[in-house]
Ligand binder design. Structure first.
Ligand SMILES: [Zn+2]
Length: 52
């Protein structure tokens, strides 16, 4: 597995999820709804189970 994890941010007001790279392209850190408060969304941890 390779690649950088694209951190996601969720708008605390409307719940719209934006990735860090998408936010980087915006002139200012702002949601589509106009709100500016985001919280980081942790990617779900996938546990690999080995069948023995
Ligand atoms: Zn929003």
């Amino acid at each position: 597995m390779s690649g950088e994890a694209d951190i996601k941010y969720e708008c605390v007001r409307c719940g719209a999820v934006t990735t860090a790279s998408e936010l980087a392209q915006l002139p200012e850190l702002k949601c589509i709804c106009g709100y500016r408060v985001f919280r980081k969304v942790r990617p779900p941890v996938v546990k690999q189970l080995k069948a023995v």
